[in-house]
Design a protein around this ligand. Structure first.
Ligand SMILES: Cc1cc2nc3c(=O)[nH]c(=O)nc-3n(C[C@H](O)[C@H](O)[C@H](O)COP(=O)(O)OP(=O)(O)OC[C@H]3O[C@@H](n4cnc5c(N)ncnc54)[C@H](O)[C@@H]3O)c2cc1C
Length: 500
């Protein structure tokens, strides 16, 4: 099915795809971040990362400034760390012109939408107290995911139970429906917590042997979107928990996704603390010296060094490993074994409402995206002004081998175009109201919850390396998540403070 209005649709291709680092693109529409700071240090964010990778950096100068704590990375983990550090002499180095990392919101036509992180599902007393402290009242998402099989949409599709009534609506023969029920029955018999170590060593795909193909196809879309990996590359410990629990637990978000968390937290920072964020500053080296460390970052193409009494690394481990000098072999190898999926996010801006069935929607079998969320579902749900504008966010996680698509503008556009065609097939008529497509590309965005992730890789990769302490969402937790990112930042910042 071709696009009938292709020539009238505005395709906005964000810059910054072609990098080895995750990169939130186009933030000028209202992320509420400091545009003045964005010009302060200048320089292209990814070129410094590439120079680091390729070993072509200039010599590092002597320190020009001393601080108590240096935080590297200003995503959810980095700004949570910063909050703990208030009142001390700290700096946060962020290679992009905005804070937020994979959780940045933007606005189109008065509608907020996410360019990455969408909803929160992981709660613990610590997470709740964190959101309370940040005065964040996330809204419950009523109406779980909808899924489409062979053109048939089923509302509230997955509830994790063997007698899920949705399975009866599947457009398949009884044998296939039974396969769906049998999978949930078998899963209910597994004590996931007790078997944690064994399950974390196995791929989730082991549990689909003999299952119907559409069941595996569903999880081969769900996994890449939520934790970067298909069933073959997913730790069974996580996969089984997701299949059992995610349909049952309530999810929460803002209109516009979790990028709104970044926006609100940033807005709540006192001016004095905002000034402690150094934007467009790519850290290229952290090396221990005496009881502290030297931190070198690129300032407009030139290296600058600060000395810090301790350091919080709130960057993904694939970057961290290149930056922190002298890591023990086992730790460096664990970081190297961690994998990160490339990710396209396509925000489709419609002049009128085209969708209202569910928050997160899965056209199973689509090849160029996995799911799409309705940006204003928590405020408008399936009602709202039918003539009002709407933004649907399409998630397009890719296999690692496809990363090259994001390095090439034409290939990126072609990929997004095919995703729009697939959406047009699943939501007939929607393309007639499509005004703009905003494309975001991140090269290594999503930590993949591969077998061994939880029990083997994370514990080895995140070991304290005083005075350097490790944060980021990949540091602990079964899945990369804004809440884990923040908690890991807080934990590392506390250690950094204790050190000084
Ligand atoms: C498309 C997508 C959808 C997602 N959906 C959800 C969801 O629905 N719910 C959920 O909870 N989570 C979701 N996540 C995951 C969530 O966004 C992340 O877990 C979280 O944002 C990670 O925060 P972080 O601070 O640990 O890392 P990041 O967001 O990766 O932040 C790291 C920061 O470090 C910076 N940096 C990197 N290298 C350097 C350097 N050398 N020097 C200085 N700075 C550097 C980066 O620019 C970035 O700002 C999603 C992620 C993606 C990509």
């Amino acid at each position: 099915m071709g696009l009938t209005r292709k020539s009238f649709i505005r395709w906005v291709l964000g810059t910054g795809a072609a990098m080895a680092c995750p990169f939130p693109l186009r933030a000028e529409d209202g992320a509420g971040m400091p545009s003045a700071a964005s010009k302060k240090l200048g320089g292209e964010a990814f070129s410094a990362c590439h120079a680091l990778r390729d070993g072509t950096l200039p010599a590092f100068p002597a320190p020009s400034r001393s601080v108590d704590v240096a935080v590297v990375g200003g995503g959810s983990s980095g700004y949570a760390a910063a909050e703990v550090l208030r009142g001390t002499d700290y700096l946060v180095f962020e290679k992009e012109p905005v804070a937020g990392g994979n959780a940045v919101a933007e606005t189109w036509n008065g509608l907020d939408y996410c360019t990455g992180s969408a909803w929160a599902s992981i709660f613990s007393p610590e997470v709740e107290s964190l959101f309370k402290r940040w005065k964040l009242d996330l809204l419950p998402i009523k109406g779980a995911d909808a899924a489409c099989f062979e053109g048939v949409w089923i509302k509230d599709f997955w509830d994790g139970s063997p007698d899920n009534p949705s399975f009866e609506k599947l457009p398949y023969p009884e044998g296939v429906k039974k396969g769906f029920r049998d999978f949930n029955k078998a899963m209910a018999g597994i004590d996931i917590e007790r078997e944690k170590d064994k399950l974390d060593a196995r791929p989730f795909s082991d549990f689909f042997k003999g299952s119907p193909a559409p069941l595996k196809a569903y999880w081969d879309a769900f996994g890449p979107s939520n934790w970067g990996a298909r069933t073959e590359d997913t730790s069974a410990y996580l996969g089984l928990q997701a299949a059992r629990d995610w349909g049952k637990s309530t999810h929460y978000t803002f209109e516009g996704g979790l990028g709104i968390v970044t926006r609100k937290v940033w807005d709540s920072f006192p001016e004095a603390d905002k000034k402690r964020f150094v934007f467009n500053a790519t850290v290229v080296s952290v090396r221990r010296e005496g009881k502290g460390a030297l931190v070198t970052f690129m300032d407009d193409g030139k290296p600058e060094t600060v000395s810090a009494r301790s350091v919080v690394m709130a960057t993904p481990k694939y970057v961290t490993r290149h930056i922190v000098a002298g890591l023990p072999k086992e730790q460096s190898e664990a970081m190297a074994a961690m994998r990160y999926a490339p990710y396209g996010v396509y925000n489709l801006c419609f002049t009128r409402k085209v969708w209202g069935m569910g928050y997160d929607n899965w056209p199973v079998g689509a090849k160029h995206f996995t799911d799409f969320v309705q940006a204003d579902w928590v405020t408008k749900g399936d009602s709202g002004d039918p003539k009002g504008p709407q933004v649907l966010t399409l998630y397009a996680p890719m296999d690692e081998g496809e990363r090259g698509v994001l390095l090439d503008d034409a290939a990126s556009l072609a990929h997004a175009e095919k995703a729009v065609e697939e959406l047009a097939a699943a939501v007939p008529g929607c393309v007639d109201h499509l005004a703009e497509v905003r494309i975001f590309r991140r090269g290594h965005a999503m930590p993949m919850s591969i077998p061994g992730w939880y029990t083997r890789l994370q514990p080895a990769a995140g070991k304290d390396f005083a005075p350097v302490y490790f944060a980021h969402s990949d540091n602990s937790g079964e899945v990369s998540d804004v809440a884990y990112a923040a908690l890991n930042g807080i934990e590392a910042a506390k250690k950094a403070l204790k050190h000084i």
